[in-house]
Ligand binder design. Structure first.
Ligand code: NAD
Ligand code: WQD
Length: 344
């Protein structure tokens, strides 16, 4: 019998790519998503890639009755990947309660419903943001958790603690928190990708929208950092590689290969790239000239971070395979495909 995985937030950017990889591997996928930051058309994209659709429920994970009834209808659910959350760092500073209600309320409700239904395996979307500006690079899972730079970042720290606390209270759940670095790119088919609302905050959607002519120019936030070219450095990971890390994590739990009931893994490439390197690589792989100018630093940005991926490689038997060029090419293909479709 094929295993069934419940994917909360499965209509979103990372969730949809993860759903595709699970369906391709023969898993049954059930998505719960309230479409608060995604659209129903994502199901068509998944169908075009996989030739099948996941089961979909328009459910809010903070709603106990709704979430509970999904588990009651599907007693076969024994594994959950929890993506559902708000994720805009700047918005979380302006509207912290929106983030605390959704990200913490959703996590608490999910743990409760999992417990009531004897559901054992949980993979949680955490973030490298929990490290703040690490003292040592590459950053390992042992690095101290720094004071959060935003309410969003704080919700990731608290969710990890919530999971740890309920496991310590003898709840029969085992969990893996994956600390993502900077996910970018899109499925190679360009049928699914990132759908930022309004003006993008993240670098890559801003780059592709500028190249497409939607934005006048990219503003590079700061060239006076203590980095080789002065611009900030991040670990950019292709979203398909990231999706595959979820399969490795779920299979570790299903096969009881976990060393502890709560484990944490960095999910990055292990390489840092500067903003200027992103611009140059984008120009090379897409043959597009990008308008940009250097402006001042963005408040709240850290200088540089990239992952030590040794633990994920050893324990999950997973490593990022796609290059920065692959990621940027796929992001550009997605931007073009998406614009053509909405201009029709
Ligand atoms: P996304 O916004 O594209 O996807 C999140 C999905 O969750 C959306 O489809 C949204 O509609 C849904 N959702 C939100 N609140 C919900 C609720 N209460 N009930 C049901 N559905 C709800 O975001 P993403 O980039 O795919 O991120 C997925 C997860 O990974 C998030 O938890 C995010 O914090 C985390 N993460 C993202 C990044 C990143 O840079 N994209 C980095 C690190 C961690
Ligand atoms: C990358 C680099 C910017 C836009 C955020 C969250 C983090 C995680 C991933 C969820 C930075 C620079 C950006 C622009 C620029 N998400 N930049 N011009 O800030 O590393 O991380 O997403 O957990 O929590 O904070 O990602 O893509 O916004 O920025 O120069 O228009 O690009 O300053 O150095 P960031 P980003």
């Amino acid at each position: 019998m094929a295993e069934t995985v419940l994917v909360t937030g499965g209509m979103g950017y990372i969730g949809s790519h993860t759903t595709v990889e699970f369906l391709n591997k023969g898993y049954n996928v059930i998505i719960v998503d309230n479409l608060g930051n995604s659209s129903i058309e994502v199901l068509d994209g998944i169908y075009k890639i996989c030739g099948q659709k996941p089961v979909f429920y328009n459910v809010d994970v903070t709603n106990y009755q709704q979430l509970s009834s999904v588990f009651k209808s599907h007693p076969e659910i024994n594994s959950v990947i929890h993506f559902a959350a708000w994720k805009a760092v700047g918005e979380s500073v302006e509207q912290p309660l929106k983030y605390y209600n959704n990200n913490l309320g959703g996590m608490s409700n999910l743990l409760q419903v999992m417990q009531e239904n004897g559901c054992q395996n949980l993979v949680f979307s955490s973030s490298c943001t929990v490290y703040g500006q690490p003292d040592v690079l590459p950053v390992t899972e042992q690095a101290p958790i720094k004071e959060a730079l935003s309410p969003y970042g704080f919700t990731k720290q608290v969710c990890e603690t919530m999971i740890k606390d309920v496991i310590a209270s003898n709840m029969s759940v085992r969990a893996i928190a994956l600390r993502y670095f900077n996910p970018i790119g899109a499925h190679k088919s360009a049928e699914i990708g990132e759908l930022p609302n309004g003006v993008p905050n993240n670098l890559i959607p801003f780059v592709t929208q500028t190249a497409y002519g939607i934005r006048k120019e990219l503003m590079i936030f700061g060239d006076d950092y203590n980095t080789p070219d002065g611009t900030a450095v991040r670990d950019y990971i292709h979203v398909t590689d990231l999706a595959l890390a979820h399969i490795a994590a779920i299979e570790r739990l299903i096969e009881s290969r976990n060393a502890n009931d709560f484990e944490v893994f960095n999910v990055g490439t292990g390489t840092g790239n500067s903003v200027l390197e992103i611009v140059k690589t984008f120009e090379q792989v897409t043959a597009q000239k990008l308008n940009y100018k250097i402006v001042g630093r963005r408040a709240g940005d850290i200088e540089q971070v990239w992952a030590d991926t040794a633990v994920a490689e050893r324990e999950l038997n997973w490593t990022a395979k796609l290059s920065l060029a692959d990621s940027l090419e796929s992001a550009w293909k997605w931007e073009n495909n998406y614009r053509k479709n909405i201009e029709k």
